[in-house]
Design a protein around this ligand. Structure first.
Ligand code: HEC
Ligand code: HEC
Length: 372
C-alpha cells in the first residue's frame, strides 16, 4: 500500500503546464488481504475465517511451544508478504561439526515449561543462514498448476539453464518453500505450525525434539485440528494476486529472465475451486529447481533440492517484499539480478546479457520487474 504523487513523469504521459497548485495525490489501491475474484459466499466465509487465524498470535493455552520461532503467521508474512520475522537455520560445514540432534532450525523462544532454546552450537564448523519468507499471495494458483506443465518446463530447458522438477520421495512434485520441499499448501501450513510455532496437528502429531526432552506443551495432545489447518490453507489458497499495471516485457524476455521466470502457466481445469480453474496464472516461475551458484548456495539439502539449488522465486508482488532473494541480501531488483551470478550459476549468461544492455534498457527491465 502506498501513496504516489501523480506527476507527469510517465513515458507517454502528456506534458502538463507547470502550476503552483499542490500536486494531486493518487492513492494506489493495492489492498493486501484481498480474496480472488469470483469466490462463492461459502469460500469467502472460509477465507475470512482463515484470515483471522493467519493474524492471530497463538498463546500458550492453545499449544504454543514448548519451543518456537514466532507466534503468528503475520510475524513473518506481514501483509501476506515477506518479513519482518525470519527463520535461521544451522549449517554443518565439515565432518567435525557437532551433530544437530534437535534439527537445524533455530528455535529461540521457550514457553510451557521449557527453558533451553535451540540455538547454533559455538563451533568453527557450524554456520548460520537466514531465510526470509516468500510471500503467500497467489499460492493457490501455484498449487493449481498441473504437474504436466512443470514437467514440460523441465523438458524445454536443455542448455546451461536446465531446471529440475522437485520430485519428492513419494513421487509428487514439490512446489512450496524456497527449495520446493512440499507438494500442497495444507502440508506446508502443518509444517509451519509445527516448525515455527510448536503447534501439533493430526498431520504432524509429535512435538519436535528439544534439549530438555519435553514431549508436550500447555495444551495436552494435538494442538490444532485438521479443520484449522484447512482454514489457514484456504486463506492462502484464495488470496488474490496484487494488482499489476501493464508494462513492456520485451527486455525481460530478450535477456532470458523468462526462461526460469516463466511468465504465465494455465491452471488445471478440474480444480475444486472454480476461481482457480483454467486461469492463466502469471506467477513468473517454472517451479523448477536451479543450481544458482556458489554465492547463493547454503549447503542445506531439502526435499529434492541440493545445497546449491533453489526454486525459481515466483515474481509476484515484488514491490511488497522487504529484501529480495531467500535471505533478503538484495535491496533492489538490480542487486537481485547481480546476486544471480556466481561460480556455477545457471543464470550467469543471462546476467551477462543484462549487464551488456544500455542504461535505458536496464531501467526498463527493472521497472518491469518492480511492477510485477
Ligand atoms: C518464523 C517465521 C515464519 C512464521 C511464523 C510462518 N512462516 Fe511461513 N514461511 C517462513 C519461511 C522462512 C518460509 C520459507 C521456508 C523455506 O523454504 O525454508 C515460509 C514459507 C511459507 C509458505 C510457502 C510459500 C511458497 O511460496 O513456497 C507458506 C504457504 C507459508 N509459509 C504459510 C505460513 C502460515 C500459514 C503460517 C502460520 C501458520 C506461517 N507460514 C508462519 C517463515 C514463517
Ligand atoms: C536460471 C534461472 C533463473 C534466471 C535465468 C533468472 N532467475 Fe531470478 N531467480 C531464480 C531463482 C532460483 C531465484 C531464487 C533465488 C533465491 O531466493 O536465493 C530467483 C530470484 C529472483 C528475484 C528475487 C525474488 C524474491 O522473491 O526475492 C528477482 C527479483 C529475480 N529473480 C529477477 C530476475 C531477473 C530480472 C532475471 C533476468 C535478468 C532473472 N531473475 C533471471 C532463477 C532465475
Amino acid at each position: 500500500m502506498g501513496i504516489a504523487l501523480a506527476t507527469a513523469c510517465g513515458n507517454d504521459a502528456p506534458r502538463l503546464p507547470e502550476i503552483a497548485a499542490p500536486p494531486i495525490e493518487r492513492v494506489v489501491e493495492d489492498p493486501s488481504d484481498a480474496p480472488l475474484a469470483g469466490l462463492s459466499a461459502e469460500e469467502l466465509a472460509r477465507f475470512d475465517e482463515g484470515d483471522a487465524r493467519f493474524e492471530l498470535p497463538f498463546r500458550e493455552a492453545q499449544g504454543l511451544g514448548p519451543l518456537y520461532v514466532h507466534r503468528a503467521c503475520t510475524s513473518c508474512h506481514e501483509d501476506d508478504a515477506r518479513g519482518p520475522g525470519a527463520v535461521r537455520r544451522i549449517v554443518r560445514r565439515g565432518e567435525d561439526a557437532p551433530a544437530l540432534p534437535w534439527g537445524d532450525v533455530v528455535r529461540p523462544r521457550t514457553t510451557a515449561g521449557a527453558t533451553i532454546a535451540v540455538i547454533a552450537p559455538v563451533h568453527p564448523s557450524i554456520g548460520e543462514v537466514v531465510r526470509l519468507a516468500p510471500a503467500v499471495f497467489a499460492r493457490g494458483l501455484i498449487e493449481a498448476i498441473p504437474d504436466a506443465a512443470i514437467e514440460a518446463n523441465e523438458r524445454a530447458q536443455r542448455g546451461v539453464i536446465s531446471g529440475r522438477v522437485a520430485r519428492l520421495a513419494d513421487g509428487r512434485i514439490g512446489r512450496f518453500g524456497h527449495k520446493a520441499r512440499t507438494a500442497t499448501l495444507d502440508e506446508f501450513v502443518a509444517d509451519a505450525l509445527l516448525g515455527d510455532m510448536g503447534l501439533t496437528s493430526p498431520m504432524r502429531p509429535e512435538e519436535l525434539p528439544g534439549p530438555e526432552g519435553i514431549r508436550d506443551d500447555a495444551k495436552p495432545g494435538v494442538d490444532v485440528s485438521d479443520e484449522e489447518i484447512a482454514l489457514l490453507a484456504d486463506y492462502v489458497r484464495l488470496l488474490a494476486m496484487p494488482r499489476r499495471e501493464a508494462r513492456d516485457a520485451r527486455v525481460f524476455e530478450a535477456v532470458g529472465c523468462a526462461t526460469c521466470h516463466v511468465p504465465s502457466t494455465r491452471t488445471r481445469d478440474d480444480h475444486e475451486v472454480p476461481a482457480l480453474r483454467a486461469v492463466d496464472a502469471a506467477i513468473y516461475s517454472d517451479l523448477l529447481l536451479h543450481d544458482m551458484g556458489d554465492a547463493l548456495a547454503d549447503g542445506i539439502a531439502e526435499g529434492a533440492a541440493s545445497g546449491r539449488e533453489w526454486r525459481t522465486a515466483p515474481l509476484v508482488g515484488v514491490r511488497h517484499l522487504r529484501g529480495l532473494m531467500h535471505d533478503g541480501r538484495a535491496r533492489t531488483v538490480r542487486e537481485a539480478i547481480d546476486a544471480h551470478a556466481s561460480e556455477g550459476s545457471e543464470a550467469n549468461a543471462v546476467v551477462e546479457r543484462f549487464r551488456a544492455l544500455g542504461e535505458d534498457e536496464q531501467l526498463a527491465l527493472i521497472a518491469f520487474v518492480e511492477a510485477l
